[in-house]
Design a protein around this ligand. Structure first.
Ligand SMILES: *Cc1c(COP(=O)(O)O)cnc(C)c1O
Length: 387
């Protein structure tokens, strides 16, 4: 496991997700101490004499991270030896894997429909002499550009297009050629999908989204089984200093206890929304991997245990989409996703994704299903009447 102190968690593999979530990363009970110790606000720790860990300087280690890393590791890889490294944001975690693994002259394969900051990272890698190839997520198209690559980056389901690829199939082909595989697990969360179980070398995610679910903090993490790969990622964090604050780390850990409750409601709401949108004449391009009719469904059903909170669809044009957005009462017009409060946005306003002007990315929250669906249907009616 980690070189960090062990915790008092129960044998994880036999427990259900809810049990796992409420107990994840808790230290062994100590009389008169709280269940989850509060954030350790410390730039440095008492360090008389020789330099000995675990806690020396706050950019390297912090006991609040230790517990959170333990918790995330238990959710991503229950019952297994895994190494988890938390970061200040999802992009800090993504960059740490790509930039700590790829060297000048190496080739990296990215999806061409992934998170909108990946093209920025691509430019940066190319400036460092790393070759970058891209292919779409759907139909495992990345298989065609794998040859000789150092690292394959997978994002499934992809954000915002919600395409899904067969992780196991890509991993088998990549490993056969000596290529490492990282999966961006942000959209699914560890409750929806466990990339390490599908053979990936790294599971990487933004904890800003569904993992923590309250839209009040930024966080990222990397989980991997190999100690040497983990050491490179941890070294990168030390060099770049993209560390989460103790308060954010503690809030994230506190939020993890409810991840199953949040996910169950949010995923059910997303499915109900997708079903309510099915067959509406003004809606095209409806995507939700949990819909039996979705092009992603077959692969998603094989490798995912839940299909996430994000639904995407397209309204006839920009003005129609803007009328829809402003007619919503229970849904906040905001970016990001995975919050207990529903959010949606006209994605084209950012200019970064190849989406139609009327494209809506909708993140279902934990509202009562009837209330949420009624609000969306009323807003669609209102947008359709042009008012
Ligand atoms: C949001 C997001 C990221 C980046 O996470 P931040 O916490 O915003 O840095 C990376 N990948 C995916 C799929 C995301 O949705």
């Amino acid at each position: 496991m980690n070189e960090q102190p062990t915790t008092g968690s129960a044998p994880a593999a036999r427990l259900g997700d809810g049990t796992l979530a409420v107990r994840a990363g808790l230290p062994a009970p100590v009389k008169n101490e709280p269940t989850l110790p509060g954030p350790a606000f410390a730039a440095h720790f008492h360090l008389p004499g020789d330099v000995e860990g675990p806690y020396t300087y706050g950019r390297d280690t912090n006991p609040t991270w230790t517990l959170l890393e333990q918790a995330i590791g238990e959710l991503e890889a229950p019952g297994q030896d895994a190494h988890t490294v938390v970061f200040a944001s999802g992009m800090a975690a993504v960059s740490a894997v790509l930039l700590s693994q790829a060297r000048h002259g190496d080739t990296v394969v990215l999806p061409d429909d992934g998170y909108q900051a990946l093209p920025l990272l691509r430019e940066q890698m190319e400036a460092y002499g790393i070759h970058v190839r891209t292919a779409p997520t759907a139909d495992e198209a990345q298989l065609t550009v794998l040859d000789g690559a150092r690292l394959l980056w997978i994002e499934t389901p992809s954000n915002p297009g919600l395409d899904v690829c067969d992780v196991r199939r890509l991993v088998d082909a990549a490993h056969a050629g000596g290529t490492l595989v990282a999966v961006d697990n942000t959209l699914a969360t560890p409750l929806g999908q466990r990339p390490l179980d599908l053979g990936a070398d790294f599971s990487v995610a933004s904890g800003t989204k569904g993992l923590t679910g309250h839209g009040d903090l930024l966080l990222g993490y990397v989980v991997c089984r190999d100690a040497e790969l983990a050491a490179l990622v941890r070294r990168w964090r030390k060099i770049v200093g993209a560390i989460p604050g103790p308060m954010e780390a503690w809030l994230a850990h506190r939020s993890l206890a409810t991840i199953q409750l949040r996910a169950q409601r949010q995923w059910a709401n997303a499915l109900a929304l997708a079903e309510a949108l099915t067959g509406r004449t003004e809606v095209t391009g409806l995507r939700y991997p949990g819909l039996a009719t979705d092009p992603s469904h077959k692969t998603a059903a094989r490798q995912m245990r839940g299909f996430g909170s994000v639904v995407s669809f397209t309204l006839p044009d920009r003005a129609h989409a803007e009328r829809f957005m402003s007619a919503l009462h229970l849904v906040e017009d905001a970016t990001s996703f995975g919050s207990v409060r529903s959010t949606a946005e006209r994605r084209g306003r950012w200019g970064g994704d190849a989406v139609p002007e009327g494209f809506i990315r909708f993140s279902a929250g934990a509202e009562d299903t009837e209330d949420l669906i009624a609000d969306v249907l009323r807003a669609l009616e209102s947008a359709g009447s042009g008012s």
